[in-house]
Design a protein around this ligand. Structure first.
Ligand code: GLC
Length: 670
C-alpha cells in the first residue's frame, strides 16, 4: 500500500461506477434507473456484481450513511442532473491476478438539490452564489484521476531532464528550480526518508504518512496522510520538479470533501476537508482485495476536533501547485472550482459573528487539542486570509462568480483591517492598553472589546522588546490572549495579513527573543507555556500538553519552512539560515523528531514521534528555498492596495477616513 517507489509504473486501472448504498443511489428503487447512468457516462462500466461485494464492508469505513437523509433527493435526481455531478468517492480493487481496478462512485452535487439550499437562498447567501456557479458550469465529465493521460502530458511539457538535473519550467518560461547541486549527507537521508513516507493508492503516490517511526508501537493516526502535514512534503516535491504526487493528493482529497460524513447523528458542512485520510486494504472474496480511502473528518480524532485548517491549506496548496508547475489547468477544472467554492461557502456563510475573523472551536488547526484557542485564533485567521487571496486569484470573474469574488474582496479588506488594528501589540500599544478606560458604551469607544488592563500578563511587561511587536493569539469580548503563536505570526507575514511594518517588526521580535523562540531548536509553537492553575484550567490538566511540551510551548522543527519563507520575503534570509543551521546540527542525530521539550527546546519531546515527515520535509523545503529564493516569491503575497482601498472607502462612508488609493497607502497602519 505505501512506501512504493515514487516513480513507480502506474498499474492498469479501470473506472467503475459504484452505488454507495441502496438508499444513497436509490437502487434498486423503482424510481431510479441505474442503467440509464451508463448512457450519460459512456466511458464508465457498471459492475453490479462488484457492487454487491462493495456493500459488505463496514459502512463507516467507506464513509456511508446508513440513514435516509437530505441526499435522498439527489439520489433520485433525473438523468440530466448528472451533468452537475462531481467525482465522489473511489475505491480500487486488486483482482485475483494482482491488478488494480479503479472504481469511482459518482453522485449529483447535493447542494444543487438540497432543500436547505432552496429554503435558505437570499441575495447575500453564498449558497445562492454557489448554486448559480454550479448551474452555469459546463456538464462535468467524471474523470479518472491519476490515470488521466493528460497528466503525463502536462508534466512532460514542463519537466526537462538534463543529466542528473530535473527542472520545471513555469508558464512564464522562468527556470523553476534546479536540483543538480551536490546534496549533503543529511539532505540525502532526508530525501530517502521522505520518499519512504509516500503513501500510494491504486499504485499512484497520493501523500505522505505523518510519521514513519519503526519503534512506535502505537502509531494512533500518525500512519495517516494529514492534509496540513502534507503541505511541506508537497512543496519539497514541487520544488524538486515532481508534481504528480501533489496533483494526485489535491484530486483525491477533493473527492473526500464530498463524502457523506457524520459525527454521531450530525453531518458537518459539505465543504469540510478531512484532517487526514488512510488508504486501507480490504479483503474481498476469491483472493481479491480492495483499497479504499478512509477519511477522518474529526469523528475519530482525539477530542473530536474540527479540521478547519484543512480546506484552507488545500486551497493554498492548489495555488502553489499552479504557480510552481505552471499547470493551471488543474485549478480551472469544474470539480476543482466547485471544491474551492464549497470551502469558501463554509467559511463565508452568515452566522452570529460580529467580527470578520473566522469563529472556530478549540483545537481546529495545527494545535489540534484543547489549548484555549477557541474563538478567533490567529493561525486560522492567517490561513483564512491566505486562502481568500488564493481563491481570488483562482476564480474567474464571470457572471457565475462575481458575487462570490466581491464577497471575498470585502472580507479580505475587513479581515486585514481587524487584525492589523486589534491584534497588534508592541511596547506602545501595550502601554495604551495599560491605561485603557473600561466600560465604554459607544461606537467611538477606544477600548472596543472592554479589555481590563489587569489582563496584561506580568511576563509580557518584561518580555516585550523596545523594537518589534507581534500579533496576539486571539481576541474576544473582554479577552486578549497575549501568547505569541508562531505559525499565525509567520503566516501573517507570508500572506501580508500584517502591514509591511508589522511584518518587519515580527521578525525583529523573533530576533530579539531568539533564545526564547528559537533556542536550541527552531521554533516554539507558542510562547510562553501555560503553567500551574492556567495549565489545569485551560488545557483541562492535559499531561501531553504539560508546560513547555508539545503544543504548550514545545519546539516544532516543521515551522522552519514557514520561518524561512517569511524571512526571504522580508529580505532577511540570514535569520532563516541561522535557524536552519542550528536545526541541521540535531535533526538527523535525533532521528527527525516531531517536537522538542523544555524552555529552550533542549530535549526530544516526551511523547514525540521520530521520523516525523513534516520535520523532514520542512527541513528540505527550507534548504531549497534558501538556495533558490526566487522560488519563494511564488509562495508569498505582497501588500495589495486595491484591498486597502476597499477598506479605507468603507471606513470613509462611516465618516472615518478619506477614500482613495493614495489615502489607502497612507493608511497602512503602524
Ligand atoms: C499532532 C499535531 C498536528 C499534526 C498531527 C500529525 O496532532 O498537533 O498538527 O497534524 O500531529 O502530525
Amino acid at each position: 500500500m505505501k512506501t512504493m517507489s515514487f516513480m513507480a509504473m502506474k498499474p492498469f486501472c479501470r473506472i467503475l461506477i459504484h452505488r454507495r448504498s441502496s438508499a444513497f443511489f436509490c437502487f434498486p428503487s423503482p424510481k431510479c434507473h441505474p442503467t440509464s447512468f451508463t448512457s450519460d457516462l459512456p466511458n464508465f462500466r457498471l459492475n453490479f456484481d462488484h457492487n454487491r461485494k462493495f456493500h459488505s464492508y463496514s459502512s463507516r469505513l467507506l464513509g456511508f450513511r446508513c440513514v435516509i437523509d437530505r441526499t435522498q433527493k439527489t439520489i433520485c435526481a433525473p438523468n440530466s442532473s448528472w451533468g452537475q455531478s462531481r467525482v465522489f468517492s473511489s475505491t480500487c480493487n486488486i483482482d485475483g491476478a494482482g491488478r488494480w481496478v479503479y472504481a469511482t462512485a459518482c453522485v449529483s452535487n447535493v447542494r444543487n438539490y438540497s432543500t436547505s439550499v432552496e429554503t435558505r437562498v437570499n441575495d447575500k447567501n453564498f449558497e445562492r452564489i454557489y448554486v448559480q456557479g454550479g448551474m452555469n458550469a459546463k456538464p462535468l465529465v467524471v474523470e479518472r484521476i491519476d490515470k488521466d493521460e493528460n497528466i503525463g502530458r502536462v508534466e512532460e511539457s514542463r519537466v526537462e531532464v538534463d543529466g542528473e538535473n530535473l527542472n520545471f519550467k513555469d508558464l512564464n518560461g522562468a527556470e523553476a528550480l534546479s536540483v543538480g547541486k551536490e546534496e549533503s549527507e543529511i539532505e540525502r537521508e532526508a530525501w530517502k526518508l521522505l520518499r519512504d513516507s509516500i503513501v500510494t493508492y491504486c499504485g499512484s503516490p497520493v501523500g505522505t504518512v505523518a510519521a514513519n517511526d519503526p519503534g512506535d508501537k502505537q502509531p494512533l493516526n500518525y500512519d495517516q496522510v494529514f492534509i496540513r502535514d502534507f503541505v511541506p512534503s508537497a512543496l519539497a516535491f514541487l520544488l524538486r520538479g515532481e508534481g504528480e504526487i501533489v496533483r494526485n493528493f489535491l484530486l483525491h482529497t477533493l473527492q473526500l470533501q464530498s463524502w457523506e460524513k457524520t459525527v454521531d447523528c450530525y453531518s458537518p458542512g459539505q465543504g469540510l476537508m478531512p484532517a487526514s485520510f488512510k488508504v486501507r486494504t480490504v479483503p474481498l472474496d476469491e483472493n481479491k482485495s480492495e483499497e479504499v480511502l478512509d477519511p477522518d473528518f474529526g469523528e475519530s480524532a482525539i477530542g473530536r476536533v474540527a479540521p478547519v485548517d484543512s480546506g484552507l491549506w488545500w486551497i493554498i496548496l492548489l495555488r502553489a501547485y499552479g504557480k510552481i508547475t505552471g499547470d493551471y489547468a488543474l485549478q480551472e477544472r469544474v470539480d476543482v472550482q466547485t471544491g474551492i467554492k464549497l470551502i469558501l461557502n463554509l467559511c463565508l456563510s452568515d452566522g452570529f459573528d460580529m467580527f470578520p475573523s473566522l469563529l472556530v472551536t478549540d483545537g481546529s488547526c495545527m494545535i489540534d487539542r484543547r489549548m484555549g484557542i477557541h474563538g478567533h485564533p490567529l493561525e486560522i485567521q492567517a490561513l483564512f486570509y491566505s486562502a481568500l487571496r488564493c481563491s481570488r486569484e483562482m476564480l474567474p470573474v464571470d457572471e457565475g462568480s462575481k458575487n462570490l469574488v466581491r464577497a471575498i474582496n470585502n472580507r479580505l479588506s475587513a479581515l486585514s483591517f481587524h487584525i492589523r488594528e486589534y491584534y497588534w501589540v508592541d511596547m506602545k500599544k501595550i502601554n495604551e492598553i495599560y491605561r485603557y478606560k473600561t466600560e465604554e458604551y459607544s461606537t467611538e469607544a477606544t477600548n472596543k472589546f472592554n479589555i481590563y488592563p489587569e489582563q496584561i500578563p506580568l511576563w509580557l511587561m518584561d518580555w516585550i522588546p523596545d523594537k518589534g511587536g507581534y500579533l496576539i493569539g486571539n481576541l474576544q469580548p473582554a479577552h486578549m490572549d497575549f501568547r505569541f503563536f508562531t505559525l499565525g505570526n509567520l503566516w501573517s507575514i507570508v500572506s501580508s495579513l500584517g502591514t509591511p511594518k508589522q511584518n518587519q517588526a515580527i521578525l525583529n521580535l523573533i530576533e530579539a527573543k531568539w533564545d526564547d523562540l528559537v533556542g536550541h531548536m527552531p521554533l516554539k509553537i507558542c510562547y510562553p507555556a501555560l503553567e500551574y492553575e492556567e495549565w489545569r484550567i485551560i488545557t483541562g490538566s492535559d499531561p501531553k500538553n504539560s508546560p513547555w511540551s508539545y503544543h504548550n510551548g514545545g519546539s516544532w522543527p516543521t515551522l522552519l519552512w514557514q520561518f524561512t519563507l517569511a524571512c526571504i520575503k522580508m529580505g532577511r534570509p540570514e535569520l532563516a539560515r541561522k535557524a536552519v543551521d542550528s536545526a541541521e546540527k540535531r535533526l538527523q542525530v535525533d532521528h527527525w523528531p516531531e517536537y522538542y521539550d523544555t524552555r529552550n527546546g533542549k530535549f526530544i519531546g516526551k511523547q514525540s514521534r521520530l521520523y516525523q515527515t513534516w520535520t523532514i520535509a520542512g527541513f528540505l523545503t527550507s534548504k531549497m528555498l534558501l538556495e533558490n529564493p526566487e522560488m519563494a516569491s511564488l509562495l508569498f503575497w505582497e501588500e495589495d492596495y486595491e484591498l486597502l482601498e476597499i477598506c479605507v472607502c468603507a471606513l470613509s462612508k462611516s465618516g472615518r477616513k478619506k477614500c482613495s488609493r493614495g489615502a489607502a497607502k497612507s493608511q497602512i497602519l503602524v
